[in-house]
Design a protein around this ligand. Sequence first.
Ligand code: KG4
Ligand code: ZN
Length: 348
Amino acid sequence: MVVVAFETSCDETSVAVVREGRVLANVVSSQIRLHADYGGVVPELATREHLRNLPHVARRALEAAALAPAAVDAVAATRGPGLPNALMIGLRAAQGMAFALGKPFVAIHHHEAHLYSPWIGGTPPRAAFDAFEPNVSLIVSGGHTLLVHVPRLLEHRVLGSTLDDAAGECFDKTGKLLGLGYPAGPEIDRLARAGNPRAHAFPRPMLQEPGYDFSFSGLKTSVRYFLEKRPGGAPTTAELQDLCASVQAAIVETLVEKTLRAAAACHVRCVTASGGVSCNQGLREALARACRRRGLGLRLANAAFCTDNAAMIGVLAELKLARGQPPSPLDSDVAPNWALEDLAAPAQ
Ligand code: KG4
Ligand code: ZN
């Protein structure tokens, strides 16, 4: 089966072509530089950029996959959650393509797709789900922090989420306090490598609480108080490195500890991670160490599939159709606030 997929939920315009769980093309046009001047994603600008870029991104994806329109078996798109008008552009484009080709359309939940992105890719590329194992999946991005139990393909249970800021938002907001540009996550990651993670004892939010929810807004506040009390001008590079290492350690330790607790409670032998923050080297290393200590398998999304991409939308749509789930209505609307908990249980 060949699926063409569209993803435009936030600030990445992406179109992919997948066949039998393998990615034939995954073109991503990031708007990150456009939004950097504003310190965050500006919805109106994102909408305009998606409109401008989508035709080119789609053409490049179809050319890269060397695919004639007649070879397409289904068309998929992200329905939510995300920015309403941004979602609308990818969804309507996909529905239009499905209508024109007379092929089924599949509407996909963005976070359900993230659950499967760690299974995509590999060298040589293998079918996405050949190696699937029951797992606990950590989704960490600028908009979301979710821990999910995935006992079987197409089944999941949300264990916890953030009560306030997402992990990426915490990186970005603390980075702003430290004078770093947007998005600050990659820069904190880079500076942290030369810093001392024990230099400052920032709080490990909710670590003492039972359950799997997260809260990161207190960490940002405690960094602000620290900077307000600190005498002198701008921090030196060495101070900045220690601050970044200490902030990152607080975020990473919280994420890793809760993820490993969830894996034990759910009796799974595998942990996965995806979303922009899962690019963080400190997080990847800490997860690897913790999983090794407990004898758990770890699947981290490849860099290309950590951040938003249409390949994960396509492989999930293909899986759903292959497992007999019905296509979605051609007039299904965007669902900007769609919670993963509200995703209807699959037909058996
Ligand atoms: O998944 P993503 O590209 O977009 C959405 O939020 O949907 O994630 C972007 C987030 C930003 O907050 C960014 O600072 C963070 O991921 N991020 C990182 C790293 N790379 C991206 N955070 C920490 N370390 C990184 N290396
Ligand atoms: Zn995402």
